[in-house]
Design a protein around this ligand. Structure first.
Ligand code: ZN
Length: 259
């Protein structure tokens, strides 16, 4: 089987809410290779549609833990996501996971939704872009239990002593431009091996006055290089290789592009 082609550029954004950019999303196409995550079923449809029009967009479908209400119909959601995995040739689920910090009120329903998503990922061999605020160990345990092979821990700010286990499973650690102002994140970048790091923006989210977006990826590579004490070019190459490996492992065919 020939995988779906993805054009791989020098600048990788492994977690961006492209559907929130309205019509201006197109300005990023061809400049960044992006794993475009979704927040709910409706934005998942939009994300799949954008990817159809742009070879540097990899679509991820799913429901964000913040979008989960007690009334969310899990059976209907799972059916909708499964349709996209089948018909839309989607190979990633995201943004999915658990949040025990910002939305603890829906904890038990979040877990039920995440388990439905994990079941889909396991059956389809799909990768995950995971949100795990305050639930880093719990999410790692669940990924292992469901036999998930490809997962990116988006904006990792979890325990440093858990990183070794995350990396040992072959999972990737998402590094965000918040590195500029978030001390905890700098500790993560220092502790994580470069071979487990991928860059991301989480755009268009605003963090402590910093408007995140793909345009910050270049600067992020420079900062990661400073923290790791290596050349920027080396960081860019290793990140691209790490991301390419994740794509290949879920059946996509990354091809080097100009950019
Ligand atoms: Zn996000």
């Amino acid at each position: 089987m020939v995988g779906i082609g993805v054009t791989l550029l020098d600048l990788v954004d492994s977690h961006v809410h492209l559907h929130e950019y309205g019509e201006s999303w197109g300005s990023y196409c061809g400049r960044f290779t992006m794993l475009a995550v979704s927040d709910d079923l409706q934005s998942s449809l939009r994300t799949v549609e954008m990817a159809r029009h742009c070879p540097t967009v990899v679509p991820a479908v799913g429901v964000h833990p913040w979008s989960i209400s007690e009334g969310l119909d899990i059976v209907k959601l799972a059916r909708g996501l499964e349709e996209l995995l089948e018909v839309g040739n989607v190979r990633f689920l995201g943004e999915v996971g658990l949040d025990r910090v910002f939305t603890p009120g829906t904890s038990s329903h979040q877990l039920r939704v995440f388990e439905a998503v994990l079941d889909l990922a396991s059956r389809y061999g799909a990768g995950l872009s995971v949100h795990a605020a305050g639930a880093w160990r719990e999410v790692l345990d669940l990924l292992r239990r469901y036999g998930i092979r490809v997962a990116i821990f988006h904006w990792y700010t979890g325990p440093l002593d858990l990183l070794e286990d995350v990396v040992a499973e072959g999972y990737l650690v998402g590094v965000n431009p918040a590195l500029r102002i978030q001390r905890k994140h700098e500790d993560v970048v220092r502790a994580a091996p470069l071979e487990a790091i991928v860059t991301e923006s989480d755009g268009p989210y605003v963090y402590r006055g910093l408007r995140l977006g793909p345009e910050l990826i270049g600067e992020l590579l420079v900062r990661v290089a400073e923290v790791k004490g290596v050349e920027v070019r080396e960081v860019a190459e290793v990140v691209r290789r790490n991301f390419a490996r994740a794509l290949s492992r879920v059946g996509l065919s990354p091809r080097l592009g100009q950019g």
